[in-house]
Design a protein around this ligand. Structure first.
Ligand code: FES
Length: 222
């Protein structure tokens, strides 16, 4: 096993691709009050965008840049830094195999080879029928259940080669059995109000001052 750099950035040659709907833009705007400035909503905006469009097209980068008041190159920087974001269309299910040490010690490499043999595609590619895309990650944070394979957001643990046909055939192989993160949704009215910029540090200062006062007022132990 060795560290392998993978070029995941593939931008379609023609056209800027689809953009964000007004509903998605509104969802992104819903995150603005949570942060000191709009730029800080970059990651939720990109999650919302990928959720809606399926990937982050050039037009989506432009739309997000306009919403957040940043140059499109800043959005591209973020998109190409995080492996989660795709710059070209994905299949309906993304199979994400771990390629890090714990999984490889438990047969991860053979599992990946068997999976790729069944799919007939390579890293960051999609099957001709659009059902599956394949990618690898350094660690899926479930090393004690190695080897691991994620199907969209669903984690499959201790996967054996003989499990692959069942996982590929199962229409619910990506269904979560836990509540999904609200990161994808704009804050609701009943969410606890986040501290505004400066409020948290003002609170910390007040606590520090109060501690100092208490210390001064405390009688000496001698
Ligand atoms: S090494 Fe595979 S999940 Fe951590």
């Amino acid at each position: 096993m060795s560290w392998k750099a993978i070029d995941r950035t593939r931008v379609p040659e023609h056209g800027a691709g689809p953009g964000l709907s007004e509903a998605a833009k509104e969802k992104v705007r819903g995150f603005f009050p949570r942060y000191p400035d709009k730029r800080a909503a970059m990651l939720p905006a990109l999650h919302i965008a990928q959720e809606e469009v399926g990937y982050i097209s050039l037009q989506v980068m432009r739309d997000v840049a306009e919403l957040l008041d940043v140059p499109p190159s800043k959005v591209m920087d973020v998109v190409t830094f995080y492996t989660h974001f795709w710059t070209h269309p994905r299949g309906r299910k993304v199979l994400m195999a771990c390629r890090s040490i714990s999984c490889d010690l438990m047969g991860g490499q053979k599992l990946r080879e068997a999976l790729l043999g069944k799919l007939g595609i390579g890293e960051q590619e999609t099957t001709a029928d659009g059902r599956f895309s394949f990618m690898t990650e350094e660690c899926l944070a479930a090393c004690d259940h190695a080897p691991c394979l994620m199907v969209n957001e669903k984690m499959h643990k201790r996967v054996r080669i003989e499990d692959l046909d069942r996982i590929l055939a199962d229409p619910d192989s990506d269904k979560l059995d836990m509540p999904r993160s609200t990161l994808f949704d704009a804050p609701r009215d009943d969410d606890p109000k986040p501290a505004r910029a400066g409020e948290a540090s003002a609170r910390k200062k007040a606590v520090r001052k109060a501690k100092k006062r208490k210390k001064k007022a405390a009688p000496s132990e001698e």
